[in-house]
Design a protein around this ligand. Sequence first.
Ligand code: G6P
Ligand code: MN
Length: 444
Amino acid sequence: MNKKNAVITIAGAGSLRIPALIGSLIYYKETFPVEKIILFDIDEKRLHRVRAYIDMTLKKYYAETEVVFTTDEDTAYGHTDYVLCNMRVGVDTMRSIDEKIPLKYGLVGQETCGPGGFSYGMRSIGAMIEMVEKIRSYSKDTWILNYTNPAAIVAVALDKVFPEDQRIMNICDQPYSMIKSFAKILDVDMYDIEPRYFGLNHFGWFTELKNTKTGEDLLPQLKDYLTGNEFKPFNAEQRAPSWLKTYKNVNKLMQFFPEYVPNTYLQYYFFAEELVEESDPNFTRVDEAKVGRERKVLDILEQAERQGNLENIPLMQGEVFGNLMVEVVQSIHNDENRTFVVIGRNRGYIPNLPQDAMVELAATLGRDGAKMIPYGEIKTFYKGLIEGQYAYEKLTVEAYLEKDYTKALQALTLNRSIVNPVKAKLVLDDLMAHSEEYWSLEKK
Ligand code: G6P
Ligand code: MN
């Protein structure tokens, strides 16, 4: 156990996922007591909308911790042990553009996969590099736990620019969310499941689910279940229709390739045409989230601000994103060496993939960071898919850093959700025209 209580900074604290992250910090305060919580956002307005609720909630349930709200980088990064980073450059205005422009060309409109993910990546890379430089100007010891999307591309960029930095970790909550859903189906505690998983972020497969109590691999049982039953997220009642369809597509994909259980995000690469067909170009996921998940949070925040107290206001707690973030920090801080699925440099863990690929694998997290569990060779089908996708990620990062139009076009053509260079060029030019404020490319 680490003797000193942690100071944590939440970067991008104005996000509507943060109130529930605060709930998770409260939930875990016995095992992971925090000395100070710094809520930082460069956008004063976004920070303001979460402030009253978070302030009152922490006073009520976590009076022993110091709380700071700030828009100042020095206050945010000057003295902190962990930066939990969850920024969205361009906020929902740009998410909407990323999702809608591709649909004009019959391409997948999604924030992290396909052309939308490319566009979001081009915005996130620069901001994330700046953030890491800033944090490192104060301390080389601060842990940077990155959840900024598209995590796959951000991870490749940060690894390229800061190859020696051992304290940057990139994580996604989708494997965690899926494990929680598997656990419900299998009727076991999710913390008794030790997963094996391989791939890239939003592009991987579960290959084993070991029950640590009995030693049994539960994957065959899960696969049996998924053959005859719809795959639903553990919190299906709270999920919007598009998420339920997304989970259901795991069943569909397994009808063709039943060997492993695929990450839900693979739907965008295997069923691109069907998904475009089903999409409403005027109402994409960003709009659905706005009237659903985000509306619910905003209602609570606004009520809290109006009332000036927490009477009849529920404590937002138990959300996947917040729980994962806190469990990850706790595992590092307390040197617990618990297993999580994280993103990191391959270094031969999958010997037949490039050494420098940023792979997503099971790893134990402790004081020294992530120790990836070596996976071994993967089969030709998956290797082929992953190499194409990794080339797309790498070319996207190079396109950004070198401002190289040709590399961007190559990247998009390699993306399995696009393939056709005519469409790749149309969507690239359109996205670029809408992104002048954030990135530009030159025809060399
Ligand atoms: C999952 C993914 C995240 C993504 C989120 C989007 O949790 O792992 O990378 O940000 O879904 O959720 P939303 O409700 O905003 O569409
Ligand atoms: Mn994710």
